[in-house]
Design a protein around this ligand. Structure first.
Ligand SMILES: [Zn+2]
Length: 340
């Protein structure tokens, strides 16, 4: 297309569309600053880091590994580089990392990423989930002040997986069973009125107080957290166990607000997650649901950052990503085993 015609066409777009396009073009020419990898290298070179395997502080330089500096721990004798434990460890195509992260932040489909980067779909898929696994380690600070918690249900989905024991359901279908059943995956959403947020895949079907304890127990503190939820007995039991002030809202009886207490923030978070997963990914398989929840939590965390791309990239550099990536399958099996 001639440039003049293209220009004419672009200028005829609505303002919001033009702005979005401009942002994408701007982003596409930017190189992501993976400065925390550079600073890890700096730390290691200046003997300020610790062994990622055993946290020992003494190590020596130990040759190179595919362009990265390698070190050897004096305690556990294992070697490592600045990438060890991060999602980038062992990747063959490190030159594609910036471009991949950029396309991921733009929420491009895997097919589009495959096309743009000339990588195969398995690689594109694995990278997405290694990156998302790198987001799952931070449990976050304690919930303070009024803290809403409530479960949301997602239809169990085996999208993209071989289905053996049941008829596949059409996308967007309804569970054939009424009420809450093993067809439904319970996600516990908890947030305080500051920025504390936790999104946890809990179980199939109804949640019990042990599920709540698993999801948020570590972040609830007597005297600091004021818990607010529906009046379901699991929450009552949990609140009693951890001895926190509890305000039940009887949503099923039409109660919405009780003084300053309500669960409207978590309910709006439920809706936003469902809408995002439904419209951006056309649903996701239950096996990877926690991964997408990690992604959503990060989006919330960095949404007011000026440079969301850089903020996203910085958050994906934690150690422990590969370990959590390897735990996706066993965690899924554990979840499936909760059905009765
Ligand atoms: Zn060590």
């Amino acid at each position: 297309m001639e440039i003049e015609k293209l220009k004419e066409k672009l200028l005829s777009l609505p303002v919001a569309e033009r702005e979005r396009l401009l942002k994408e073009i701007e982003d596409s020419t930017k190189n992501i600053d993976l400065s925390s990898i550079a600073s890890r290298r700096h730390e290691f070179n200046n003997k300020l880091g610790v062994c990622p395997h055993c946290s020992h502080a003494k190590y020596v330089r130990f040759g190179k590994d595919k362009g990265a500096q390698r070190y050897k721990c004096k305690s556990c004798q294992r070697s490592f580089t600045e990438y060890t434990g991060t999602w980038m460890a062992g990747l063959q195509r490190k030159d594609k990392i910036s471009d991949y992260l950029r396309l991921m932040v733009q929420e491009k489909s895997l097919d589009k990423i495959v096309l743009a980067l000339g990588i195969n779909k398995k690689t594109a898929f694995d990278w997405r989930h290694k990156i998302l696994a790198s987001l799952g380690g931070d449990d976050g600070d304690n919930f303070t002040g009024t803290t809403e918690s409530d479960e949301a249900f997602f239809l169990r989905s085996e999208k993209g997986m071989e289905v053996k024991d049941r008829k596949p359901r059409k996308r967007g279908g309804k569970s054939t069973r009424r009420g809450i059943s093993n067809d439904q995956v319970a996600v516990i959403v908890t947030q305080d009125r500051k920025s504390g947020l936790d999104l946890s895949v809990a179980t199939l079907g109804r949640i019990g107080k042990a599920d709540i304890a698993n999801a948020i127990g570590k972040r609830i503190k007597k005297g600091a957290t004021i818990l607010c939820s529906d009046s379901h007995h699991s929450y009552k039991g949990f609140a009693k166990d951890v001895q926190v002030e509890f305000h039940p809202i009887n949503v099923s009886k039409g109660q919405r607000v009780k003084g300053a207490f309500h669960v409207q923030h978590v309910n709006s978070t439920h809706n936003r997650i469902k809408k995002w997963i439904g419209s951006t990914f056309w649903g996701v398989s239950t096996k990877y649901l926690q991964q997408y929840l990690n992604w959503h939590a990060l989006k919330e965390k960095i949404k007011s950052d000026k440079d969301t791309l850089a903020a996203f990239a910085q958050q994906t550099l934690g150690v422990g990503a590969l370990k959590r990536f390897a735990e996706i399958q066993p965690n899924y099996e554990k979840l499936i085993a909760t059905q009765c």
